[in-house]
Design a protein around this ligand. Structure first.
Ligand code: UTP
Length: 301
């Protein structure tokens, strides 16, 4: 069967206030984890999942993101002249990895609104959504591909889900859902979802994370919902409305997610991704071991 999901939408127009002042001018999606901007990890995941069209919804920093995925003749020429084939290949790969289009979200009116901005470029076909600040490390089995596999069997929208124990669940959108046979017990059929519930009110420990496969009917839902606080159109509200028309599944993905839009999550991702790198891991591990951790980390600044 041919690939049914070809397009991946990257909402990257949020203000990134948790990362100020770094994000005053630069979008958080361009902050590097080790040596790649956060958004490149997501784009690589989309390509490894079989998508060949990347649609980035930008606010500020549009040019930075466009340039990052474009050919830089000066850089490539200069690396070739200096006989640096490894670096040249790295620069060339970024520019040639996918067909990238950008669309502007003029005001950050919420995640639902950001997805709606991609309507014209997506057209009337199912598509993937990757929130780039959620990094998902799942070697050999990209998170979006896991959702696509479910979509191809169920022909319905699928949301990536993570089990979150205890009070931390209150920071997430949470599913009310029941398990569905097959898929190694990872698949749930959703009956409702709540945004950031109190721990006592959470309907489950299944948290929504930033990967989705959506049917195009979601656009109609986003156009119908009423804006919530701050005039924002919430994707969760549109998904709840979609539930009245179509089934939606939650899938407990295999892999580890880092919230790189949060400072602590970003630091953890940086440490773990660096430790996994062949060229950096061993030396970085030696360095970490050499730290006198009993006398550090008390937060002086
Ligand atoms: P977040 O809530 O994590 O991003 O949105 P934010 O608003 O930029 O971050 P903080 O809380 O102020 O630090 C999740 C994703 O949705 C995008 C963001 O760029 C991020 O990838 N988003 C959010 C938009 O594209 N547009 C919006 O209006 C809101």
């Amino acid at each position: 069967m041919s690939q049914t999901i070809r397009k991946a939408v990257f909402p990257a127009a949020g203000l990134g206030t948790r990362f100020l002042p770094a994000t005053k001018v630069m979008p958080k999606e361009m902050l590097p984890v080790v040596d790649k901007p956060i958004i490149q990890y997501g784009v690589e995941e989309a390509i490894a999942s079989g998508c060949d069209e990347v649609i980035i919804v930008t606010g500020r920093g549009k040019v930075l993101m466009e340039d990052h995925f474009d050919i830089s003749f000066e850089l490539e020429h200069s690396l070739a002249q200096r006989n640096k084939p490894g670096l040249l290949k790295t620069a060339q790969l970024v520019a040639r990895m996918a067909h990238v289009s950008t669309v502007r979200q003029k005001e950050p009116l919420g995640l639902g609104h950001a997805v709606l901005m991609a309507k014209r470029l997506v057209g009337n076909e199912p598509f993937g959504v990757i929130l780039p600040d959620d990094l998902v490390d799942s070697p050999g089995n990209p998170c979006l591909k896991q959702l696509i596999d479910v979509f191809e069997e169920k022909h319905a929208s699928v949301i990536a889900t993570q089990i979150v124990e205890g009070k931390a669940i209150s920071a997430y959108g949470v599913l009310d859902a029941k398990p569905v046979p097959g898929f190694n017990g990872r698949l749930y059929e959703i009956s409702d979802m709540v945004e950031k519930p109190k721990f006592e009110d959470a309907p489950s420990n299944l948290a929504i994370i930033g990967r989705y496969v959506l049917t195009p009917r979601i656009f109609e839902m986003i156009e119908t919902i009423k804006p919530g606080a701050g005039g924002e159109l919430q994707l969760t509200d549109a998904l709840r409305m979609l539930l009245q028309h179509e089934k939606i599944y939650g899938y407990v993905f295999e892999g580890k997610r880092h919230d790189a839009g949060d400072k602590l999550g970003f630091l953890k991702a940086t440490v773990e991704y660096a430790l996994e790198r062949e060229d950096l891991g061993p030396d970085f591990l030696e360095y970490l071991k050499s730290l006198d951790l009993n006398h550090m980390g008390r937060g002086k600044k």
